[in-house]
Design a protein around this ligand. Structure first.
Ligand code: NDP
Length: 251
């Protein structure tokens, strides 16, 4: 086993809240220096304060929809071993009703934002040995869902992206994978759970492992994919969903 990440430098987008914050913590706990990135000033301030004593963690303000902001960040960050494009949003609505602003925001954040993050930081990864990209996709990449057609399309796109980048970047020694979380209790989902507790109950009943996920369930798998132990895995989406994508006992 060689899950330690000492001497490695990682960048996590959306790294100040929810799954991304758990990834930040998991990579730090294994010894990597981490740059957590968010577009939310209040989160940047709060996480900076919470980790004020930790020299291995820096928190940066940048919007993943903004290529020039990411390029400026890259110029400040320098060399990089582990890239975790995790920032994502989910706006629910029937496909025919989803307005253009929300549709574009989801595509810009979840798909364009991840693509551009990979474009901008990819060359820095090529300079290092055994570099890693771990994208946050979703169980909905392969599991359709009501009122989430656009979100589903962006996440399916990410699983396609990691397959193709794995082919392009493998010769540079970079592995490119995704995690596909199921229903994870985070600020993104908590309001929905509070609004529709019966749906959370139904989800648990339809999840083979009979619970919702935690951000740490996902973060530990990201840390594994970022480690030397995952050296021969690339182009994959690893579902961290308690078995939701395996199917359910509906018959
Ligand atoms: P949260 O909303 O709790 O955290 C997402 C973080 O990303 C926030 O800090 C958010 O900031 C930030 N972010 C959003 N847009 C941008 C942007 N344009 N630039 C920079 N940062 C941004 O979500 P989760 O932790 O739940 O989700 C993390 C990832 O996991 C997402 O990609 C999501 O799609 C995916 N996922 C989540 C699941 C779940 O059940 N929670 C299931 C499957 C996948 P701000 O607060 O300003 O929006």
């Amino acid at each position: 086993m060689s899950l330690g990440l000492e001497g490695r430098k990682a960048l996590v987008t959306g790294g100040t809240r929810g799954i991304g914050l758990a990834i930040t913590r998991a990579l730090r706990a294994r010894g990597a220096a981490v740059i957590a990135v968010s577009n939310a000033e209040d989160q940047v301030t709060a996480v900076r304060a919470a980790f004020a004593d930790d020299e291995g963690l820096s928190v940066e303000l940048a919007d993943v929809r903004d290529r020039s902001a990411l390029e400026a960040l890259r110029d400040r960050v320098g060399e990089l071993d582990i890239l975790v494009p995790n920032a994502g949003i989910n706006i629910r609505g029937k496909a025919v009703d989803l307005d253009d602003a929300h549709l574009r925001d989801m595509i810009d954040t979840n798909l364009y934002g991840v693509f551009v993050t990979c474009q901008v930081f990819g060359p820095a990864l090529f300079e290092r040995e055994h570099s890693r990209v771990v994208v946050t996709s979703s169980a909905v990449a392969i599991h359709g869902m009501d009122v989430r057609a656009a979100y589903t399309a962006t996440k399916a796109g990410l699983s396609g992206l990691v397959r193709s980048l794995a082919i392009e970047w493998g010769p540079h020694g970079v592995t490119v994978n995704a995690v596909g979380p199921g229903i994870i209790r985070t600020p993104l989902t908590q309001a929905y759970i509070d609004q529709f507790p019966e749906r959370a109950t139904a989800t648990v009943e339809n999840t083979p492992l009979r619970r919702l996920g935690t951000p740490e369930d996902v973060a530990d798998v990201v840390a594994f994919l970022a480690s030397e132990d995952a050296r021969f895995i690339t182009g994959q989406t690893v579902f961290v969903d308690g078995g939701i994508t395996a199917g359910s006992a509906w018959w």
